[in-house]
Structure formats: structure tokens, C-alpha cells
Design a protein around this ligand. Structure first.
Ligand SMILES: O=C(O)CCC(=O)C(=O)O
Ligand SMILES: [Fe+2]
Length: 288
């Protein structure tokens, strides 16, 4: 790179606030220690105005252009996204059925030049994400559809309570909808404890004391431990859909979503999903 060339990452981000072009600098370490403290405490960190201010409109326009490519189908699901006929005891939270009205634009329908594609694969960004999550390295989710998505919550719909497959989720609101609040229950489960009682309490609206809420603006970056925090987006009102880019990373390479979950979310599976059945990689032994 010549001395005058601006690195791609510098054009994408609000580098005045977030020093991603200087890995390891004092300013970098300051941001990382803030993120680490928030992630250790509540499994969630919001870095406001993360994207370059002049790109916030582009981000919104690009997401609005790709939203029609989402797989729209309102479905009945449970919080674990496992088959509804899975035999479970009466009090099990997996028996609670919810309506899922959000829709995902899969990675293979997101243009290569889109801001969110460039950010997702940017090595300096991945290094920053790893540093924030206190990992030596993060891996892109090895899933051709779920690794990078746009989550579309149309007016009148919601994205009900669930856990993520991947341990590390990075997301960015690209278009705000009226309502559509992100709610989450930090560390409600861990890699070795499902804590079904508290999960059931939240699903039955008896768990208000466990619920936290975020106020997000387009271009904010959210780092989140979604495998251990039950979370949802409340119903969107008005006329404008809520759009969020979901950038999924994992601690271990080779993580692919199950066939059941992939069919639910995208309405199709790929040869990579079929090939992965025999070598499913998970960092834990949780239900999903
Ligand atoms: O759209 C959001 O803010 C949350 C999306 C989410 O939880 C997911 O896609 O798993
Ligand atoms: Fe999620």
C-alpha cells in the first residue's frame, strides 16, 4: 500500500472514534478494554456510530435494495429452533410455540460490494472482533447462507425469543423500524447449563427481571454472545421494516447450521449443509 492510499477499512468506519487502522495502539486497546468489560458483564456491547457517518445512508439504501431477496414465510417455532414434534416434558421451554415473522436475506444474495460484505471479511475488523471477545482469532461461520445475513422484520411482525447457533454475533442496525426493540437476557444459559426454568419464565412473560433492552441507531455495532443470551426483537409498528446486518463468527472453524434450522430460516439447504451433517461442530452440548 502506498503512503497516500486509504485502506478499505478506513473508508468504511468512523475511524475518528474507532482506531481500527491502528491495531494494538493505545486508542485500540482503550476501545477493546471497554468492549471486553461490557461482554464479560452482560454478554453485549454497543459501539455507537461505528460506521463512517457518510455511509449510513448507503448502508440503509443497500439493505433496502436487498430486502426483497429475503425468504418470507411466517412460521411457528420454539426458542431452540428444533422440530416442534421433538418429545419434551410438559414444563420444557422448547414446548412454547411462537410466531416468527422476520425474514433473512442469505449471504449468497448479498452483493459482493455491499458495505456489510466488505466489513464481514475485512481481516482488521475480524482481528478487532476477536480482541473484543478475548480470542486469538475468530472464524467466519462456515455456512454459505447464515454466515452473513440481513434480518428483515416487516411492520406487524417480530423476531421472537431464541438463541443463536454461533457463539459470537456481530450485528449492525441498517434501518430502524418503529418499535422493534432488541431485548435480551444476558447469560441465561451457559455451555453446560440450560437453565430451562428461567428460559420458561421469560417465554411465559414471568421473567421481566431478567430482560435488558438496547436502544440502537443505524450504523451502531453490536457485539453479542447470542448462544447464551435468550433474545428477541419486539413487534415492528408503522410502515417501515427494521433491517439488521448479522455478521456471524465462531471460535472454532467449521460450524454449519443444521438442516432443520436452515430450512426454517431460508427455505432451502445447500450441498455444504448436507455434507456437514456427519461432522457437526459445536462448542457445547446444548439442545440446539
Ligand atoms: O435483528 C436483530 O437485531 C437480531 C437478530 C437476531 O437475533 C438473529 O438474527 O439471530
Ligand atoms: Fe439471534
Amino acid at each position: 500500500m502506498s503512503g497516500t492510499e486509504t485502506p478499505v477499512i478506513a473508508r468504511l468506519l468512523n475511524t475518528a472514534r474507532y482506531p481500527l487502522t491502528q491495531p494494538g495502539s493505545v486508542a485500540w486497546r482503550h476501545t477493546v478494554s471497554h468492549a471486553r468489560a461490557a461482554l464479560r458483564g452482560g454478554g453485549c456491547c454497543v459501539l455507537s456510530d461505528f460506521i463512517a457517518p457518510e455511509l449510513v445512508d448507503t448502508l440503509r439504501a443497500q439493505s433496502a435494495a436487498m430486502a426483497p431477496a429475503a425468504h418470507y414465510r411466517v412460521e411457528t417455532v420454539n426458542a431452540y429452533n428444533i422440530a416442534l414434534d421433538t418429545p419434551l416434558p410438559a414444563e420444557h421451554p422448547g414446548r412454547v410455540r411462537m410466531q416468527r415473522g422476520n425474514a433473512f436475506v442469505p449471504r449468497d444474495k448479498i452483493p459482493a460490494g455491499a458495505v456489510i460484505q466488505r466489513l464481514y471479511t475485512e481481516p482488521v475488523f475480524q482481528r478487532f472482533v476477536a480482541d473484543c471477545f478475548e480470542l486469538a482469532q475468530v472464524h467466519e461461520l462456515a455456512d454459505p447462507l447464515a454466515s452473513l445475513c440481513l434480518n428483515v422484520v416487516p411492520p406487524g411482525e417480530s423476531h421472537p425469543w431464541h438463541f443463536d447457533v454461533n457463539e459470537l454475533t456481530v450485528s449492525m442496525l441498517t434501518q430502524a423500524g418503529e418499535g422493534g426493540i432488541f431485548e435480551y437476557c444476558p447469560n441465561i444459559r451457559s455451555a453446560d447449563a440450560e437453565n430451562f426454568d428461567d428460559v420458561r419464565a421469560v417465554l411465559d412473560d414471568r421473567g421481566e427481571h431478567l430482560v435488558h433492552r438496547l436502544s440502537l441507531r443505524p450504523g451502531d455495532l453490536q457485539l453479542f454472545r447470542g448462544r447464551y443470551a435468550l433474545h428477541r426483537v419486539t413487534p415492528v409498528r408503522g410502515t417501515v421494516a427494521r433491517h439488521t446486518a448479522i455478521l456471524a463468527y465462531t471460535q472454532h472453524p467449521g460450524v454449519v447450521s443444521s438442516l432443520e434450522r436452515t430450512r426454517q430460516l431460508f427455505g432451502r439447504v445447500t450441498p455444504e449443509h448436507r455434507a456437514a451433517i456427519r461432522r457437526t461442530v459445536r462448542a457445547d452440548r446444548l439442545l440446539d
